[in-house]
Design a protein around this ligand. Structure first.
Ligand code: PMP
Length: 440
């Protein structure tokens, strides 16, 4: 069959024809367990009639009204809900259409904040080499996703990357994770001093790293130290929670557990649960008020920002999370998933690490478990295991990251929050068979 869809070859990917709960069926009638909700997008499962109804109702009421002239009831209600859902002191919400737009918005918001305060020189953003913040050129430049950056080098200038927080790969022999975490955080201070603090606007980091290295949580104490350093130099802290936020790790924002309150947080994927493209950047009143105090507006906008149907869908998804008590399921079900992964892969000769938080877990695939030697890029191991799992009727989210020259293959398991124990058993059993088949 010929195809005019750019990202498709004649064979792949399959055409999805039906999605319900944790399952997706293709045009040939084969059904898959969607164990990672795509890339940690699906948080309430597919096809929830409550969300479908909210979308239809909003489309019949106001399907689009330009934000230059109007806001909408679902946009107002959604922004209020998001601010009430987190324990962080975030007060304003800028709603956009994708995680990349949310990150670009956050970076502009930080720059504009300094400009509004008369601080013209703070044009730089520091991020980390172990990170992914999106695929638009600005967000790509601020991330360390080597494979996605390489075809477009040189990147946009003035995006500076400092040490990751990845104890599994980068702690020195005998170094405690806590000591490593503080050392990693202090590399930010060294970079700020090298550049000149009054040229730096913001530090940007994923709380739990997703796409590059696979569900890597921060070392305890790391983000508290980052917050101190940002405060010392008047730099805004931006937490990218597009993948790990919206209860994926348990709390509404993962960083709520780390004792550090960012100035700006981005969210996406789980915000709309896949029902509509939607994402946002949330900021504190202090960031927002810097603009109004200076009589300035935030110069930013996208045609589909705060789209009424997308906002209605996201609000309905947040209602489902609340009404079905799904946030409270994440920690116990995450623990069950972790136990099953530990018992299936804890002694596996090619699994070097099992890590994550809540329903955001990953296994890292290595050539040698004892010295954690990675497979070569040419082995394409994550892709091979993905293919083997798909043949067995399981969708996982594969990734291969390179940080400071050390590469790794990982598989992310991030099921919806209403996943059952029986489904977790099936996911881990199929993943076990898929890993062995992919390695064979
Ligand atoms: N930030 C993070 C942490 C992400 O994981 C992603 C997507 N994987 C993005 C930003 C970009 O989001 P989008 O693909 O919706 O543009």
């Amino acid at each position: 069959m010929t195809t005019h869809v750019f990202h498709r070859t004649p064979e792949r990917p399959a055409i999805a024809t039906r999605a319900r709960g944790i399952e997706i069926t293709d045009a040939e009638g084969k059904t898959y367990i969607d164990s990672s909700g795509g890339a940690a997008v699906s948080c309430i499962g597919h096809g929830d009639p409550r969300v479908v109804e909210a979308i239809a109702k909003q489309a019949a009421t106001v399907e689009y009204a330009h934000t230059g002239a109007f806001t909408s009831e679902p946009a107002e209600a959604l922004a209020e809900r998001l601010c009430r859902s987190t324990t962080l002191p975030l007060d304003k919400v800028f709603i956009v259409g994708s995680g990349s737009e949310a990150v670009e918005t956050a970076v502009k918001m930080a720059r504009g904040y300094h400009l509004a305060r008369g601080d013209e020189g703070r044009h730089r953003v520091i991020a980390r080499r172990q990170s992914y913040h999106g695929n638009t050129l600005g967000a790509l430049a601020r991330g360390g996703h080597v494979a996605r950056r390489t075809p477009f080098l040189p990147m946009m200038p003035e995006a500076l990357l400092v040490d990751p927080c990845f104890a599994y790969r980068h702690a020195l022999p005998g170094e405690t994770p806590e000591a490593y975490g503080l050392r990693a955080a202090d590399s930010l201070e060294a970079e700020i001093l090298r550049l000149g603090p009054d040229t730096v606007s913001a530090f940007l980091a994923e709380t739990v790293v997703g796409a590059t290295t696979g569900a890597v949580p921060p070392v305890p104490g790391y983000f508290r130290r980052i917050r101190e350093i940002c405060d010392r130099y008047g730099i805004l802290m931006i937490s990218d929670e597009v993948m790990c936020g919206v209860n994926r790790c348990g709390p509404f924002f993962a960083i709520e557990e780390d004792g550090a309150a960012p100035d700006i947080v981005t969210l996406g994927k789980g915000m709309g649960g896949g029902y509509q493209p939607i994402a946002a950047a949330m900021c504190t009143a202090a960031v927002h008020d810097a603009y109004s105090d200076a009589g300035r507006s935030f110069v930013n906008g996208h045609t589909y920002m705060a789209h009424p149907v997308a906002c209605a869908a996201a609000l309905a998804v947040q209602d489902v999370i609340r009404d079905d008590g799904l946030a409270a399921r994440v920690a116990p079900m995450g623990e069950k998933l972790r136990q099953r992964l530990e018992s299936r892969f804890g002694n596996h000769p090619n699994v070097g690490d099992i890590r994550g938080r809540g329903l955001f877990q990953a296994i890292e695939i290595v050539a040698d478990r004892d010295d954690k030697t990675p497979f070569a890029a040419s082995d394409g191991m994550a892709g091979r295991i993905f293919d083997a799992c798909r043949d067995l009727g399981l969708l996982v989210y594969p990734g291969s990251g390179t940080v400071d020259g050390i590469r790794g293959d990982h598989l992310l398991v991030a099921p919806p929050y209403n996943v059952t124990e029986a489904q977790i058993d099936t996911i881990v059993a199929r993943l076990g068979d898929g890993v062995d088949a992919g390695l064979a």
